[in-house]
Design a protein. Structure first.
Length: 296
């Protein structure tokens, strides 16, 4: 049994690849009410690679603009701050998530594609549930499993014990992770999110997306609903998405907690939703492909 300590987590988090500095600056500016489009355009243009990635995403079928977007200023004006924020986090997430995580039986690209799938699914559910800003669900779904990149080696070394515990105690993979290793990937992901100074909503999505029933009472109803949507999107991603790891079949959907935050799964909600999400898979593929193309 390989128990991970807080000190080990801290060291491993510190060794993660540096995120694009321009992306970090833009993401932080987007959290400030005083920020304007000219400021964002000027900062984005400083980094040619980042600019290229933003324009490629803008022109992917996933965003469906009728004409080609050719400048950063045009992109910022058309996208709006909320969508631009999701795009920036998508670019940052790929830097960290696009790698093999053998402990969870994830090959190179699997975790990244799975995260992108969950993000798109979460946004769609957020739109159905009439969130004021469905892009918040997108970023929550995108980043919810970042802890796996650190915890993966410990899961791999203890996989047999974790699996046996899930069967013996009839618990889900996440709880077995914590009992065998000492931490689960949600807790580790929270450490990473805090290192990156992510907004509290994203930190809470990462921390609680498996167990919305354990949300602290201080979390506001809208935030609780977003976390519930990420939880539902995560469960459905493991069922019908791509890149699910070894833990995907040991996922417990918390129906009662979803009902408490206003997501009613009655009247064949899940069956109808699954059909809608499957129809999104070609868009997800195009979105992923647009980030793989070499710069022109």
């Amino acid at each position: 049994m390989s128990i991970i300590t807080l000190q080990e987590i801290t060291r491993k988090v510190e060794r993660l690849p540096e995120l694009p500095q321009v992306a970090l600056r833009v993401s932080r500016l987007l959290e400030q009410e005083s920020t304007n489009a000219d400021q964002l355009s000027q900062i984005i243009r400083v980094d040619a690679s980042f600019t290229s990635q933003v324009l490629k995403l803008c022109n992917s079928a996933a965003y469906g603009f009728a004409r080609k977007i050719t400048t950063v200023k045009e992109a910022v004006a058309i996208l709006g701050f909320s969508t631009l924020r999701s795009m920036v986090y998508t670019i940052m997430a790929k830097v960290v998530l696009d790698r093999p995580v053998p402990g969870y039986s994830l090959n190179e690209g699997d975790l990244w594609y799975n995260s992108l799938t969950c993000a798109v699914y979460a946004k769609h559910i957020g739109q159905k549930e009439r969130l004021p800003d469905p892009e918040q669900a997108f970023t929550g779904g995108l980043l919810r499993d970042i802890g796996k990149i650190v915890l993966g080696e410990y899961v791999g070394a203890n996989y047999s014990a974790i699996e046996q515990l899930t069967v013996k105690e009839r618990i889900d993979f996440l709880e077995a992770e914590e009992r065998i290793i000492g931490f689960n990937h949600c807790l580790v992901g929270t450490r990473i999110a805090e290192k990156w100074n992510l907004p509290p909503l994203l930190v809470n999505c990462i921390r609680h997306h498996h167990k919305p029933m354990k949300l602290p009472p201080t979390i506001q109803p809208l935030e609780a609903k977003i976390i519930g949507i990420v939880h539902l999107a995560d469960a459905l991603t493991q069922m019908i998405g791509q890149g699910s790891g070894s833990d995907g079949l040991m996922y417990c959907l918390d129906v009662d907690s979803l009902a408490k935050v206003g997501i009613d799964l009655k009247n064949n909600y899940i069956e109808r939703l699954m059909g809608e999400l499957i129809d999104l898979n070609p868009i997800i593929k195009d979105l992923a492909d647009s980030m793989k193309r070499k710069e022109d």
